[in-house]
Design a binder for this molecule. Structure first.
Ligand code: 5AD
Ligand code: SF4
Length: 449
């Protein structure tokens, strides 16, 4: 199947990001970079000259999706765009992707996408265009400065990679070792985002709270120091961070939750399992008790904090009794929201080779029980906010005319009818009702507490 001439030097592009928020961030940076090189985002994605699939490798389902998406890019007339596979599937599978899907022109890993322009040129000349290097010099130095987003919320990657090597996880292989971006690069990017209109910034990293660096006076700093510095940016109203690891929840960061008003009362702290034998087999380097102690201390610092987590059911060898321990820890923590998954064996990870792989039917049943409990907790958490007055940051239009949707400090979606207000406004609302996934609010005459 041939591409037509237009696609040899593509003028328009579409980036489709899958998976985690860091992929969303990477997708934005790719789009901005192509923009500064004179390419434009396609208004009609189906007609784009170049389609970048920014992929996720975390579970098998995510990988299968990439291949079915590649197939769907061929148009009715038999033509197709130039196709680039970026992200973690690109890193993990490299040129193997082109053996499985001959339509793919470019394969570019998550640490090499600053070289996309050159790869596009090479692909246009019909040359091999595969780059899964993990260069020592950070790609961030090679990327153009942020362009204005005109959106009230923004992501900002402050560190990447993972040194933890949980036995089920591909991230240490696809994203590489933990690398922190510099203090100045982060502060400058945050200021640029705020100048462009961002009012809330979510700091990103696979282990975001493992961030370390030096401030502009050469003093050693951790994430707490960075959060305190970012909070000084006047027009920045809210800060969040994700995803954190229990072992990197420092005393300073816990204290910051009680002391920095702009740091939102929300903590995503995955535990994965409530059973200590499984946690050990997962190489999590914390146990159920140490996790619970962290949650207690964070709640002491910030009593209204909403806690979120990730869970895996059916890790190899997990017995019924061990799974029950996961339900127990959920009962103890009382989560505001969570993500839960069936274990998915990933090629090259130690757990994929372990004895005792759990049948799908058992995993299905465990996941259903866990999710029923988590959904109840989420509904309870939402219901408990009814009657409160809180601030929300308006992020997007609702379904009906005059409706806007914003986020509460606890990351709940709140729907309000406010025809005179705009996206980006921060307003106080009274929460009047709660559903499982969102709240309804009314403009308040009171000030949020
Ligand atoms: N199978 C299922 N879930 C996984 N996760 C990571 N690797 C796997 C896997 N092999 C989940 C973990 C992690 C989240 C991002 O994805 O819960 O915290
Ligand atoms: Fe994967 Fe564990 Fe690293 Fe999280 S901490 S990215 S689950 S290896």
């Amino acid at each position: 199947m041939n591409r037509n001439d237009a696609q040899k030097t593509p003028a328009t592009f579409q980036v489709k990001s899958f998976g985690c928020q860091m992929n969303v961030y990477d997708g934005e940076r790719m789009a901005e970079m192509l923009g500064t090189r004179g390419m434009t985002a396609a208004t009609d994605g189906a007609a784009a000259d170049l389609v970048i699939l920014n992929t996720c490798h975390i579970r098998e389902k995510a990988v299968d999706k990439v291949y079915s998406d590649i197939g769907r890019l061929t148009r009715e007339d038999g033509s197709r765009p130039m196709i680039a596979v970026a992200g973690c599937v690109a890193q993990a599978e490299g040129s193997e992707i082109q053996r499985r899907a001959r339509n793919v022109d470019i394969v570019v890993g998550p640490q090499a996408y600053h070289r996309l322009p050159d790869l596009i040129d090479r692909a246009g000349r019909g040359e091999e265009a595969v780059d899964t290097d993990m260069p020592l010099a950070s790609k961030f130095a090679a990327l153009p400065a942020r362009t204005k987003q005109a959106r009230p919320t923004a992501f900002l990657t402050i560190m990447e990679g993972c040194d933890k090597f949980c036995t089920y996880c591909v991230v240490p292989y696809t994203r590489g070792a933990e690398i922190s971006r510099s203090w100045n690069a982060i502060i400058d990017e945050a200021k640029a985002l705020v100048d462009g209109g961002a009012r809330e910034i979510t700091l990103l990293g696979q282990n975001v709270n493992a961030w370390t660096g030096e401030d502009d006076k050469g003093r050693a700093q951790g994430m707490d120091g960075l959060v305190r510095e970012l909070a000084k940016i006047p027009d920045l109203k809210r800060l969040r961070y994700t995803t954190s690891h229990p072992n990197d929840m420092s005393d300073g960061l816990i204290a910051t939750h009680g002391e920095v008003d702009k740091l939102m009362p929300f903590l995503h702290l995955p535990v994965q399992s409530g059973n200590n034998r499984i946690l050990k087999a997962m190489n999590r380097s914390h146990d159920a008790e140490s996790y619970l102690r962290i949650i207690d201390r964070v709640r002491m610092a910030r009593p209204d904090i909403a806690v979120s987590g990730d869970f895996i059911v059916g890790f190899p060898g997990e017995t019924d009794a061990e799974f029950e321990d996961t339900l127990k820890i959920v009962e103890q923590v009382r989560y505001a929201q969570c993500y839960s998954f069936k274990y998915s064996p990933r090629p090259g990870t130690p757990a994929a080779e372990m004895d005792g792989q759990i049948p799908l039917t058992v995993m299905d049943e465990r996941l259903a029980r866990l999710q029923a409990l988590l959904n109840r907790q989420q509904a309870d958490f939402n219901t408990a906010t009814v009657g409160r007055t809180t601030d929300i940051l308006l992020e997007r239009k609702g379904r009906h005319p005059g409706q806007l949707i914003g986020k509460s400090p606890w990351l709940q979606s709140v729907v309000v009818t406010a025809p005179d207000l705009s996206i980006g406004d921060m307003i106080d609302v009274d929460i009047i009702s709660a559903g499982p996934n969102s709240l309804a609010g009314e403009l308040s005459r009171r000030k949020a507490a």
